[in-house]
Design a protein around this ligand. Structure first.
Ligand SMILES: [Zn+2]
Ligand SMILES: [Zn+2]
Length: 310
């Protein structure tokens, strides 16, 4: 099953449009461009859509790392849709497939599958993982196989179906907030630009970096078979998702940052939700379980063997 022509076009627009708008806006408005309201709506919308993805789409709906009320789940699904990374059920199916086939045949966005040799091969693999896959594999995981639980949920099906309207809502909201703060149409439009396309542009590249950079550069410490890595400099903008190697080691963990210095804002919010009774059955990994999975000398031996064999 491949992506249809119209899906390909929609993906292309979703990827290119925010980038073009960003470049044009930077040139046109240079010097007089941005004020406190714009930054405020940018950050606000970034956090709403961002936590919608990291806590809602990913940790709650893909991995069931904790439980919550249905209403809360739907709110997170709506918030995540505003990140314009595809409808919730498609996203979850793709991501579960990624975990089922990490960095081997069948992984929708691995930088290592079918990548050629040398630095050119690495580069093309990274491009495929970052955004090339969106034009080939995006939304193609079999939903009935990978997300039957979500398919059974009437509310989620509805949210999935209305994806494009929620995307528009994600641009309309900053417009209204801008209007309320500045009282002018210009102010509202600028807020819509910062809270809409510019925010979407940044968020896209941060999320895609998890698929590309966090399967390529960075540090590892657990005994897992894929190429996932922890990347500290992406921790803040990715709201904790760049502790991606930890996540592949313990996919059900509600926290991806496992050490005190591994900043994970999504885990902090889930903790706050647990303390206020909004989240329960939160899966956390004990120090003993982490220790048991640490890559021991056996791993080093295996790598040495591979080197010898090469
Ligand atoms: Zn991964
Ligand atoms: Zn995951």
């Amino acid at each position: 099953m491949t992506v249809t022509q119209s899906q390909r076009r929609a993906n292309l627009i979703a990827v290119i449009a925010p980038f073009v708008i960003f470049v044009v806006a930077t040139v046109v408005f240079w010097g007089s461009f941005v004020d406190a309201t714009d930054i405020f709506v940018f950050v606000l919308m970034y956090l709403i859509a961002g936590f919608g993805i990291t806590i809602g789409y990913h940790r709650l709906m893909t991995h069931r790392a904790f439980q919550s009320y249905k209403t809360i789940e739907y709110l997170f699904a709506i918030a995540g849709s505003m990140a314009v990374q595809g409808p919730v059920i498609d996203w979850v199916a793709d991501h579960r497939k990624h975990h089922a086939h990490s960095d081997v045949e069948g992984d929708p966005h691995s930088p290592h599958v079918d990548a050629g040799d040398g630095w050119l091969g690495s580069l093309s693999g990274l491009y495929h993982a970052h955004m090339g896959w969106l034009f080939v594999n995006n939304g193609q995981a079999w939903r009935r196989k990978y997300a039957p639980d979500l398919m059974e949920d009437k509310g989620l099906r509805k949210i999935n179906k209305n994806f494009r309207w929620i995307v528009l809502l994600g641009i309309f909201m900053p417009f209204i907030i801008g209007l309320a703060i500045t009282g002018t149409i210009e102010g509202a439009l600028m807020a819509a630009l910062w809270g809409g396309p510019i925010r979407i542009f940044f968020q896209h590249h941060v999320t895609w970096s998890i698929n590309s950079i966090c399967h390529f550069f960075g540090r590892r410490r657990f005994d897992v078979d894929d190429h996932s890595t922890n990347v500290f400099w992406l921790a803040l903008p990715s709201l904790g998702e760049s502790w991606h190697h930890n996540h592949h080691a313990f996919p059900r963990s509600a926290a991806h940052g496992l050490k005190w210095w591994e900043i994970d804002l999504s885990a902090l919010l889930i903790k706050a939700m647990r303390l206020t009774g909004v989240a329960w059955n939160v899966t956390l990994i004990s120090a003993d379980r982490q220790k048991a999975k640490l890559a021991g000398p056996a791993i080093g031996l295996r790598e040495d063997k591979e080197k010898l064999a090469a």
